[in-house]
Ligand binder design. Structure first.
Ligand SMILES: CC(C)(COP(=O)(O)OP(=O)(O)OC[C@H]1O[C@@H](n2cnc3c(N)ncnc32)[C@H](O)[C@@H]1OP(=O)(O)O)[C@@H](O)C(=O)NCCC(=O)NCCS
Length: 287
């Protein structure tokens, strides 16, 4: 009998940095870490990411955001660094420029892979076996440092016509999303993961080393709303004046079953935070 395919929906909460009122939700360790950032913008991005996690998972668990305990390390203790919340679905944080993204696994359904025979609907035990990763990057670093970055991605991912800032950034966010879902982050050697060419739809082509097999991974591009979120209010249409844009990707890792991305829903983090009195950060034209 074939191993059932797990299809997971993912919610991606999007916000601008600056969750007013959420600093009080931070744990002691998070507060200490927040105090170490040299740049105020980095501190705001960190606090907003943690606030979105606390608000989203607090709602899922039925507890106050301040009572959500975020730990680091994998649930099986295998990998340092990865944040998780005991008893809650997998989540992932990414921040870059004006964007803070938090992806959370939603409903997970299992299919035998033949004739769409769904055997389970929204089973929490299945959800526990699926980890999510998300990444967002501005194209500005690739534009400014492309020559220095070329070795960071396998040559097989180079699009027809060669790299430019957009295609390189697309490959990069796909890669980081997958490696966050796995939990190694960028500690994984470059050539242990080969993704589809940057000008083709996102897919995992090959994986090796300590990474799960390619059929235990899934990746998809995420289209962010046009414009740049601002902490003070509405989206600034048309993106930054310098012609750069921000790209994002989301990935799944399910060590025991082949995973597939179901619906990926972008939601306004400002609405989520406002529900908990943490202040609106930006209106992004999202539900
Ligand atoms: C994880 C990593 C890919 C993040 O990339 P980045 O571009 O610096 O930052 P991003 O904004 O995209 O992502 C940051 C988030 O990644 C998450 N993260 C960190 N380590 C992670 C890991 N091993 N697996 C999954 N997610 C991880 C964190 O939630 C972090 O946000 P937070 O600090 O606000 O909680 C990168 O830092 C990395 O690979 N680091 C080395 C590997 C590692 O895990 N080191 C931890 C040593 S304790």
């Amino acid at each position: 009998m074939p191993t059932p395919l797990l299809t997971a929906s993912v919610t991606v909460w999007c916000a601008a940095p600056g969750a007013t009122g959420a600093a009080g939700w931070l744990s002691r360790d998070e507060g200490l870490r927040a105090a170490t950032f040299r740049h105020e913008e980095d501190r705001r991005r960190f606090v907003t990411g943690r606030a979105l996690v606390r608000a989203a998972l607090g709602e899922r668990l039925g507890v106050d955001p301040a009572d959500v305990t975020i730990r680091r390390g994998r649930r099986d203790g295998a990998s340092p660094g990865r944040p998780f919340v005991e008893g809650a679905p997998s989540f992932s944080i990414a921040h870059a420029g004006g964007w803070v993204l938090v992806a959370v696994v939603g409903t997970v359904t299992s299919s035998r892979g033949v004739a769409g025979d769904a055997t389970s609907d929204g089973d929490p035990d299945l959800a526990a076996g699926v980890d999510v990763g998300v990444d967002v990057e501005s194209t500005a670093p690739a534009r400014d440092h492309l020559r220095d970055l070329l070795d960071a991605v396998p040559p097989e991912e180079v699009p027809v016509g060669g790299w430019d800032a957009v295609t390189f950034t697309r490959s990069w966010v796909r890669r980081e999303a997958v490696l966050k879902a796995v939990g190694t982050g960028l500690l994984a050697p470059r050539d242990d993961l080969l993704l589809s060419r940057a000008d083709r739809p996102a897919a995992v082509v090959r994986s090796g080393g300590a990474l799960p097999a390619a059929d235990r991974l899934a990746v998809s591009d995420v289209g962010l709303p046009e414009g740049t979120p601002r902490a003070t209010g509405s989206v600034v249409r048309g993106g930054p004046d310098d012609g750069t844009s921000s790209l994002a990707a989301v990935a799944l890792c399910a060590p025991h079953h082949p995973p597939a991305l179901g619906t990926v829903t972008l939601c306004a983090g400002s609405t989520l935070l406002a529900r908990h009195g943490a202040g609106a950060t930006a209106r992004l034209g999202l539900p």
